[in-house]
Write a protein that binds this ligand. Structure first.
Ligand code: SAH
Length: 566
């Protein structure tokens, strides 16, 4: 597995030069700079503590250019929780010191050495085993799994106390280590995929060299797999992945089994059963255990990229109105894992910055169906694809177009894609929140665009919604090609609502240069509105009152008719 890309976090412009040097060691790593203090960072954040904790909880390696104490105090509340422990390092602003703080088993010392080398200083390594042996024995490279951490810690302290050790099996990464090796030693490092009883004298390391080919019909798949491995005398820790026929790509049972066993799930197109599937693994010995399960064992850790392919993923995401704080964390995480990003260029740019390995497909705003189909073509190849919308993807945006494209398609590879819609803060809600709570009671959301529906139906809905005394939220209120429609819409609304009805106009809400205006229906004219404006029109109960800081609060009470006793 590729190592996750670290985040470089800085508090001031003084650290930018050091941050850029570190960035060269980790191509794709983004520099997160404190708003108003840092110019030219890749990402802007407002709160240091919240940002650092969020990165930590997402298991992102953190390189913080500030005092070690600040980092420790910030992360302290999270340390007692079990969960992610990514590498965390403090680096002096001027690059004169590199201090690995957390994530010893996640390779923090390796990172400290890499960063220190680029800054031409020595890393402040404090881990005894690492200092003595030049490697962390409890953190074998990817492709290998440590048997037991607690036994391992005791083993390393025995070694540090002066005992010698022998190596059984192939441990190529230890060739460079400075271990007190002795063929007669009592202690041994044992590398192998066979099941083995743990003992204090042995550090067990399992190569991830075993693949299990399955079909989804097997009942209680995780336990059936465990039983089959046990019967074949193979350690469960050596399991590298599950492989299934690509006809089963959408099977929830397979997905859950892989999740429970903590291994990736791959798919291949093979005619025949599980034994044929297992035989696609290069240089493997195939053991057929049960019906529905076959085991392939190799002498080396498996290279996942050579085995079938992953199930493709397509996420339709909402960026929110624009401001980074209003983007939901699930959307941020989805953007980080994307191979391909599709969307209208303005929104794709808003979703960035992106790493060099991420492919951007920017298209015109009108080519929605074509974009949706392109997204499925990419995802069906096993890629992780994101389609971006502003606000919420389900509100006059890409989610419905993507589902329509899927509905129209009979291609099984499109239907097996892992499709998910991730919500965002829609413009009406972002605008309403800034004004107070104008949508605090029943409301009606409409697009005034007649590009995809006849104008007559818009008029009818406007008439009925106004008659029903719903507060109204207008998306796409006006454009160069639709100059008169808003004026006509306001005429219809005015037939049912008086001129004093509060109106909120939010323009570029959550984006640079945003404006918010509170006026009345009587004052509203079409020339105050453009296509970047959200128009909220109150109901008969919507009211306003002055705000202490100037301007007005707008709200629509939750009750209707007579106020209930409070
Ligand atoms: N999916 C989007 C809406 C797309 S329709 C959402 O959920 O917000 C585009 C219309 O949304 C624009 O014409 C405008 O009326 C409104 N809009 C989108 N972003 C906005 C913003 N930041 N400020 C004000 N209005 C916005």
């Amino acid at each position: 597995m590729a190592r996750p890309v670290p985040a470089i976090v800085i508090l001031g412009n003084g650290s930018l030069a050091t941050a850029r040097k570190i960035q060269q060691v980790y191509p794709g790593a983004l520099i997160h700079g404190l708003a108003e203090r840092v110019e030219g960072a890749d990402r802007v954040y407002h709160e240091f503590g919240a940002t650092l904790r969020e990165l930590y909880q997402q298991d992102t390696p953190i390189i913080a250019l500030c005092a070690a104490g600040i980092v420790i105090r910030t992360l302290a509340p999270l340390l007692l929780e079990k969960g992610a422990e990514p590498p965390v390092l403090a680096v002096a602003e001027d690059g004169s010191a590199v201090v690995p703080l957390l994530g010893g088993l996640g390779g923090v010392n390796v990172m400290a050495r890499e960063i220190a080398a680029s800054l031409e200083v020595a890393a402040a390594i404090t881990t005894s085993g690492e200092l003595r042996f030049g490697t962390c024995l409890l953190n074998p490279p990817s492709g290998y799994a440590l048997g037991d951490l607690e036994l391992g810690k005791r083993f390393v302290s025995d070694l540090l106390a002066g005992q010698s050790v022998r190596i059984e099996g192939a441990a190529p990464w230890l060739a460079q280590a400075q271990l007190p090796e002795d063929p007669q030693a009592q202690l041994s490092i044992h590398v192998g995929s066979a099941e083995r009883t743990p003992s204090a004298n042995e550090l067990l390391i399992y190569p991830r060299s075993v693949l299990v080919a399955v079909n989804a019909e097997v009942a209680d798949l995780p336990n059936a797999i465990r039983a089959a491995l046990h019967q074949a005398n193979i350690a469960a820790q050596s399991l590298a992945c599950l492989l299934a026929s690509d006809l089963l790509m959408a099977s929830p049972a397979l997905r859950e089994a892989a999740l429970e066993l903590g291994v990736p799930l791959r798919f291949a197109s093979v005619s025949g059963g599980v034994s044929e599937l297992a035989r696609t693994v290069p240089n493997a010995t195939v053991l057929s255990a049960d019906t529905g399960i076959a085991i392939a064992v190799t002498s080396q850790p498996l290279e996942l990229a050579q085995i079938g392919r992953a199930r493709g993923r397509l996420a339709v995401i909402g960026l929110g109105p624009g401001a980074a704080e209003l983007m939901v964390p699930a959307v941020k995480a989805e953007l980080a894992r994307a191979n391909d990003v599709l969307g209208y260029e303005t929104y794709v740019r808003m979703a960035g910055p992106f790493r060099d390995d991420q492919v951007l497909h920017c298209t015109d705003n009108r080519e929605e169906m074509q974009r949706a189909r392109h997204a499925f073509e990419l995802a069906a190849q096993g890629r992780s694809v994101v389609v971006v919308s502003s606000g919420d993807p389900g509100v006059f945006a890409m989610a419905a177009a993507v589902l329509e494209a899927l509905h129209e398609s009979s291609d099984p590879s499109w239907h097996s894609v892992d499709l998910e819609i991730l919500p965002g803060v829609s413009a009406s809600l972002a605008t309403a929140a800034q004004a107070g709570a104008p949508l605090g009671h029943d409301f009606c959301v409409m697009s005034l665009s007649d590009n995809l529906k006849p104008w007559s139906i818009i008029e009818k809905r406007l008439d009925l919604a106004s008659q029903a005394d719903l507060a109204l939220a207008f998306y796409n209120p006006i454009s160069r090609s639709r100059p008169w429609q808003l004026g006509r819409a306001l005429e219809i609304v005015a037939q049912h609502r008086n001129g004093e009805t509060p109106v909120v106009l939010g323009r570029d809400v959550g984006r640079p240069g945003q404006t918010l205006r509170v006026i009345t229906l009587g004052q509203l004219t079409a020339d105050q509105v453009d296509m970047r404006t959200m128009v909220l029109i109150g109901s008969s109960t919507t009211c306003t009152f002055p705000r202490a800081e100037g301007g007005e609060w707008v709200y629509t009470p939750r009750w209707y008719g007579t106020k209930p006793p409070s």
